[in-house]
Design a protein around this ligand. Structure first.
Ligand code: ZN
Length: 691
């Protein structure tokens, strides 16, 4: 196909085919990004929804008695066009948005919510699902039988939780609430993106950047140019509260301005949006018979009840706070006994790390070059543990020039799927790091996986290597753990594919993959000086190991702060007014949880807590530590069973990574580890047992 546009008039007038209308013919059904334009999205969404509704109608009005094939298999096969456009669109809107894309999102979000409701609240359809559920003991089910019976259970549970058993009047109200909530989430995200941009710290005098590396100063200048502030230095805000530069900036007033810019985000622009979201969510939960949105959210998760979550949190909050207070004391000593403000914490923490552990984190960076971390670290570990190999496919185009495509192969040479990685931060990308699936594996549809990892690494000036922080290296391994979960998926039904698992389970495989970051064979293989190729000095590794627990009090409290805020917002009962003052609500919630430490702001404050107001993490931020219980237990299993071996990798892949949601989560964990999950390994890892 010619790649150059022609000037022929026929091209403008002729029928233009929409690239979403047919399945992609590219390898692994990679979406045909080269031919996708903004104008394709809305027509594809519209046709996709119409097509699926017609499919649903055919299932619901089928003259034959309901059976597994004419109902559930038919449902699993429905909506393929909609799925194609949804996956591409939401990947794009997170990784490379634009005002035009945001317009489409604002228009389509409530319509998609209504579309979901039209399916979930279709009485005739639910009647068939319920008939199958009631007869599940005696049903004829296709192989794999265990996965098929689970599909019956999960469909029934999903439809009930979505309101299938409500009265018509309540269903009507539910539809309204879902539409409003969809619009509010989009508004929150748009306001936050704009406010984050507006609050970036602009520095006129380079002297104020004292402490930052030359590269970081150059990047800030570059950032200024890109934003039309030639001559100024701009520190863009990352999504979380504590900005990385706080550890390095020597000027306390600049640190204060940077942290305050970060902590203030979203409160003005989003305060009314947030109040409405939490109030409407509480009403929605009540309609469905739950006392709070938190109770509703955990009903189909591995945690199951509010009490389960609170019991786990109660075990970690007091020792974490005690630990953080000890850390505060040691920082105070480093500040000549003067109190430590929130904006000082990272800075003095770095000083103490240098003094007590002789560990300068900036000294690590020359050993953490991006390409080496990816190929000789992340890919190398996946090769050692699972036998995977990776081939760059520059011939395959992704959705942005900075996103690179790799083909992934099993040890026997068979193709597993495609892996796309997009490293760099840009104004059009949302904060944080995440994984998306563009194509979900399923035997039913004959689909192999295509997965994407997104990171937010600052792009170095042209020609310079990208040197990472240790946290960024860990994030890369973490996101790749999600990628493995998608790539190894080996299930029959799309419903259970890859990361389609309960939210409080989905972080578990990604956290386990972090164990290879410091695994000696892996670390030695990727941590080499980017200029000389010299291996990272052994004493640097030893000091890093010794310093591992330092800062764990801060990190745990920071995380738990955000967790408890999320929890408090979603434990509101229907009709309960949180008040107009969001900051007062936050303060009370943290106080009540025993987590109020002015020096340690929550990892996300309410104003910019995108996880819970735009993503699907409402009443679910606890999931990370919940999953970490399983993770720490699993790492212990690896260590006790010979560590990094192909045998262990195959076992983890067979029992866990390949199973997706087709096996009950806790059962899958037990099949892998041989025992019920225990919290002790987590407490040890986070230094929460010794005192
Ligand atoms: Zn994750």
């Amino acid at each position: 196909m010619p790649s150059e546009p022609t000037t022929s008039a026929a091209q403008d007038d002729g029928p233009v085919s929409n690239p979403f209308f047919a399945a992609s013919t590219l390898p692994y059904q990679l979406p045909p990004f080269a031919s996708i334009t903004l104008a394709d999205y809305l027509p594809a969404f519209e046709r996709g929804m119409a097509e699926q509704l017609a499919e649903i109608d055919a299932i619901a009005s089928c003259a034959e008695a309901p059976d597994f094939t004419n109902t559930l298999i038919a449902l699993e096969r429905s909506g393929q066009l909609l799925g194609r456009v949804l996956h591409v669109f939401y990947n794009q809107s997170a990784a490379d948005t634009s005002p035009e894309l945001q317009e489409i999102e604002a228009e389509i979000s409530p319509r998609l919510a209504a579309h979901q409701d039209a399916i979930h609240l279709n009485g005739a359809l639910f009647g068939r699902i319920k008939a199958l559920f009631d007869a599940r003991e005696t049903l004829e089910l296709p192989e794999p039988a265990a996965e098929s019976v689970r599909l019956v259970d999960k469909y029934h549970e999903e439809y009930v939780l979505a309101g299938a058993e409500l009265s018509p009047a309540d269903q009507e109200r539910l539809r309204e609430l879902n539409a409003e909530l969809a619009t509010l989430s989009t508004t929150f995200q748009r306001n936050l993106l704009a406010d984050t941009k507006a609050r970036a710290l602009v520095i006129e005098d380079v002297a104020e950047l004292a402490g930052l590396s030359e590269d970081a100063v150059a990047a800030a200048a570059e950032n200024g140019r890109a934003l039309g502030r030639e001559g100024a230095y701009v520190l863009s805000l990352k999504l979380f509260s504590n900005q990385t530069e706080l550890a390095e900036l020597t000027n306390p007033d600049v640190r204060r301005r940077l942290l305050e810019a970060s902590l203030g985000r979203g409160f003005t622009v989003n305060s009314e949006v947030i109040r409405q979201i939490v109030t409407l969510r509480a009403e929605r939960a009540a309609l469905l018979g739950f006392e709070s949105y938190a109770a509703y959210q955990v009903a189909d998760k591995t945690a199951r009840t509010v009490a389960d979550v609170e019991e786990m949190l109660a075990r970690v909050v007091p020792p974490a706070v005690a630990n953080a207070r000890r850390e505060a004391e040691s920082l105070r000593a480093a500040n000549d006994g003067a109190p430590i403000a929130a904006w000082d914490w990272q800075y003095y923490s770095e000083q103490v790390r240098k003094a007590e552990y002789d560990l300068d984190t900036a000294a690590l960076r020359p050993y953490l070059e991006l390409e080496s971390v990816l190929h000789d670290g992340v890919f190398f570990a996946a090769n050692q543990v699972y036998g995977l190999t990776f081939t760059a496919r520059p011939d395959l185009r992704a959705y942005h020039p900075d996103a690179h495509v790799f083909e992934v192969f099993n040890e026997d040479g068979s193709g597993l799927g495609l892996f796309i990685i997009d490293f760099y931060a840009r104004e059009s990308k949302r904060g944080g790091a995440w994984m998306n699936e563009l194509v979900f594996q399923s035997a039913l549809l004959g689909a192999k996986p295509v997965v994407v990892n997104n990171l937010n690494i600052a792009k170095p000036p042209a020609g310079e290597p990208t040197l990472l922080t240790f946290d960024e290296v860990t994030t890369m391994f973490h996101e790749f753990g999600h990628a493995l979960h998608g790539l190894f998926s080996d299930v029959a039904y799309p419903y259970f594919s890859g990361t389609n698992v309960p939210r409080d389970f989905v972080e578990y495989p990604s956290q386990v993959n972090e164990m290879w970051v410091t695994w000696p064979e892996v670390l030695r293989n990727y941590a080499k000086h980017h200029r000389t190729g010299a291996p990272i000095p052994t004493e640097l590794i030893e000091r890093m190991e010794a310093a591992k627990l330092f800062g764990e009090g801060f990190r745990t409290v920071e995380y738990l702060g955000a967790t408890l805020l999320d929890w408090a917002w979603h434990k509101l009962a229907a009709g309960e007014d949180p008040g107009a003052d969001l900051e007062a609500f936050e303060a009370t919630a943290l106080e009540k949880a025993g987590l109020a430490m002015a020096e340690i702001p929550p990892r996300y404050r309410t104003g910019y807590f995108a996880h819970i107001f735009t993503n699907d993490y409402a009443a679910g931020y606890y999931s990370y530590i919940w999953a970490e219980v399983l993770d720490a237990d699993s790492v212990e299993w690896f260590e006790q069973n010979g560590g990094m071996t192909r045998e262990n990798g195959d076992h983890f892949r067979a029992e866990l990574l390949s199973r997706g949601g087709s096996v009950d989560s806790i059962q899958a964990f037990e099949n892998f580890s041989g025992h019920a999950p225990e919290i002790e390994p987590l407490l040890v890892r986070r230094g929460l047992t010794a005192h």
